[in-house]
Design a binder for this molecule. Structure first.
Ligand code: GNR
Ligand code: NI
Length: 167
């Protein structure tokens, strides 16, 4: 197992589109374990493979208080969505930036587990929002791209300043 490097916005690799997983092998299990380890270490409540520069449709999530409810979604598809949620989001690829994005309050997701078994998951609240945030990553979209152009300018300025300070 290994801790993986998380790409920071703006990085062109965060805009790549992830391909579906076609082979459910040991390498996939190792990737999932490393994603989970990286998410817990951050700490974060979700991580998409895109964020570690692996462009496959793989997501890990855990919104539980005690980090004991890992959810793995391979090739996820939203088959039903309802309601409106607006909770404040953050992203490991955009450190220090938090803002509200409008999402569905409830989603029904069809996905595969790490062994290739299909299942459906009904989620609401934070888990539902996190699933939508992670599925955006797989499509190459970062949550700040839902914000106004003015806010996006401010985000880029803030990140550039962070970078200068750390240099
Ligand atoms: O750790 C994370 N917290 C979070 C909070 C609200 C909505 C979404 C998230 S996901 C984020 C981790 C991350 O960047 N996943 O892509
Ligand atoms: Ni994110």
């Amino acid at each position: 197992m290994a801790l993986l490097n998380v790409l920071r916005y703006p990085d062109a690799r965060l805009h790549k589109t992830a391909s579906p997983v076609t082979v459910f092998d040991e390498a996939l299990k190792t990737l999932i374990q490393s994603l989970a380890e990286t998410m817990y270490a951050a700490p974060g409540i979700g991580l998409a493979a895109t964020q570690v520069d692996v462009h496959k449709q793989v997501i890990v999530l855990d919104v539980s208080e005690h980090h004991d409810a890992l959810v793995v979604l391979v090739n996820p598809e939203i088959v039903d969505a309802s309601g409106v949620s607006d909770i404040e989001e953050g992203c490991l690829s955009v450190p220090g930036v938090y803002d509200i994005v409008e999402r569905a309050e409830r989603v029904k997701v069809r996905a595969y587990d790490q062994s290739g078994k299909q299942f459906t998951l009904e989620a609401q609240g934070l888990l539902a929002v996190c699933i939508q945030h992670e599925m955006d990553h797989l499509k190459g979209k970062v949550f700040v791209e839902h914000l106004s152009q003015l806010k996006q300018q401010r985000v880029r300025a803030k990140l550039a300043k962070q970078l200068r300070k750390s240099a």
